[in-house]
Design a protein around this ligand. Structure first.
Ligand code: AMP
Length: 299
């Protein structure tokens, strides 16, 4: 595995791989890697001939007062893991490799960026889509992999790639969880033993809502209210406990079609998010990934 910081050098490596006939898969991350990231790398490894991953803690997606300074960083360990998973190229830029004080361009995905986590974290998704657009332009992969864990990000990135005609197939990977259901996250490292125990209530609340949908409940309001109560009981400060349309991310009253059951809140100062997406067709309920290949000419 080669580790490269400079965008031009990344392009040269990718061009060489493409000239050799390989399809290119790309897994962007912020490092502090865990099994959730590894699952995306394995997906890439299984589907494409040349696998690139990136590690960049993107300052533009952190708000003032958020955890940019203390975000866990473990580049050497991460690089070892990626190499062991068969990654061919690690793109690990510094801030000045990607951003310049002369930058003026912003990318904004209207309607999807200001709801849910975007309401609690103003500007967060503007930072996300800017860096993802840049990374996709540098790496120019055939496929890029994002986790269902960050469902809103997954939807926004698919919308952005389609709207900007970026010729990439976005592939969504399932959420990888700990034994008690807690979604793996680099931020779980912030939790002390007590908070870690209580954190399982997040997936517990979502899983309970899912079971009630499977049992026939089709009204969103009582499900959202129960989820919020469960989170409060566990000591969360609740940002939202919501049931929204899977494509528009707007709240739904009646549960049908593709819906996203999503919660976010802070536990002992650590912000955690989780979700489950369901496709509901009459009495049939199926857990799905929020992948919309039909949005893109290149999907
Ligand atoms: P991050 O390093 O947090 O920016 O995440 C990098 C990628 O890994 C994103 O596409 C995330 O959605 C994905 N990811 C993070 N946690 C998980 C998880 N528990 N399961 C699956 N994918 C994940």
């Amino acid at each position: 595995m080669k580790t490269i910081a400079a965008p031009r050098a990344v392009r040269e490596e990718i061009d060489r791989a493409k000239r050799g006939g390989a399809t290119v898969g790309f897994v962007p991350t912020m490092g502090a890697l865990h099994e959730g990231h590894a699952s995306l790398v394995r997906l890439a490894r299984a589907r494409t001939g040349f696998v690139a991953a990136s590690i960049f803690v993107n300052p533009k997606q952190f708000g003032a007062g958020e955890d940019l300074a203390r975000y866990p960083r473990s580049l050497d360990r991460d690089a070892e893991l990626l190499a062991s998973l068969g990654v061919d190229l690690l793109f690990a830029p510094g801030e000045r490799d990607l951003y310049s004080p002369r930058d003026r361009t912003r990318v904004f995905v209207e309607g999807l960026s200001n709801v849910l986590c975007g309401a609690a974290r103003p500007g967060h998704f503007d930072g996300v889509v800017l860096v993802v657009a840049k990374l996709l332009n540098i790496v120019r992969p055939d496929e890029a992999y994002f986790g269902q864990k960050d469902a809103q990000q997954a939807v926004i990135v698919q919308r952005m790639a389609a709207d900007l005609d970026i010729p990439v197939r976005i592939v969504i990977g399932a959420t990888v969880r700990e034994a008690d259901g807690l979604a793996m996250s680099s931020r779980n490292a912030y939790l002390d033993a007590d908070a870690r125990r209580r954190a399982s209530a997040l997936y517990g609340a979502i899983a309970e809502a899912k079971r009630r949908v499977e049992a026939g409940e089709r009204s969103a309001a009582p499900l959202a209210a129960t989820m919020e109560r469960r989170l409060l009981e566990a000591g969360f400060g609740v940002d939202y406990a919501a049931i929204v349309d899977g494509e528009t991310l707007r709240p739904v009253e009646e549960i049908r079609g593709t819906v996203l059951i999503a919660c976010a809140g802070a536990l002992a100062g650590t912000r955690l998010i989780d979700n489950v997406a369901l496709r509901v067709d009459g009495g049939a309920v199926e857990e799905v990934l929020l992948a919309f290949p039909e949005w893109s000419r290149y999907g």
